[in-house]
Design a protein. Structure first.
Length: 206
């Protein structure tokens, strides 16, 4: 039996949040590492959307059901409650209209899991304060002029957006530069300072 490579730490955290046997849509699924893991290890009904044709081809070669699409445009085509979980990993900051994207995610899925780099991390604050320039870190590892990120946010910013669209935070995790994860509750003052990235599971209020 072929041993599958280990998932990246943040993807493993997301995978652990997904209920076995559920219906899952992975938006911006890349080359399908997470979808493949969920299919084989959690027996989910897995679907994906990926904007890159090369990514779609890689997913199809893994035997995954993935279509080419854009989170900013194509999520509207999915009916309400079509999935138990909708996942958006390290992508919302690269969308043109994050609020509209989040609203579409919340409509299509009963639960939504989103991960994103935290622009409130202390290293970022220090680089801006000392150098006066857009920072590069392990989570944001390309210069601003080559980056796909157009709407960077802090953990506090994202939680405010979630509240604005009527979402309830079911679980929130931080990931530091060493890949260590920690759950947090309440105001994210310290999480916002020390986390390089965050993973948040949302549900609809009511």
């Amino acid at each position: 039996m072929t041993q599958r490579p280990e998932l990246r730490q943040d993807l493993q955290i997301i995978a652990d949040m997904v209920t076995p046997g559920s219906r899952v849509l992975d938006v911006g699924c890349g080359e399908g590492e997470l979808l493949e893991y969920l299919t084989h290890e959690k027996n989910v009904d897995a679907r994906g959307i990926e904007i890159s044709q090369a990514g779609v081809n890689a997913c199809v070669s893994r035997g995954l059901s993935v279509v080419q699409g854009d989170a900013d445009k194509d999520l509207k085509d999915y009916p309400a409650d079509a999935f138990d979980f909708v996942i958006l990993s390290q992508t919302i900051q690269a969308t043109f209209k994050p609020k509209a994207v989040l609203e579409d995610l919340m409509r299509a899925g009963k639960r939504v899991i989103i991960s994103f780099p935290n622009f409130g991390h202390w290293r970022i604050r220090m680089q801006i304060m000392l150098n006066g320039r857009m920072p590069t870190t392990r989570a944001l590892d390309v210069p601003w002029y080559d980056s796909p990120n157009i709407h960077l946010c802090t953990i506090t910013d994202f939680l405010a957006l979630a509240h604005n669209v009527g979402a309830k935070v079911e679980r929130a995790m931080t990931v530091n530069g060493n890949g260590q994860a920690r759950e947090f509750v309440g105001p994210p003052r310290f999480a916002n300072l020390y986390a390089e990235s965050a993973i948040v599971e949302l549900s609809r209020v009511g």
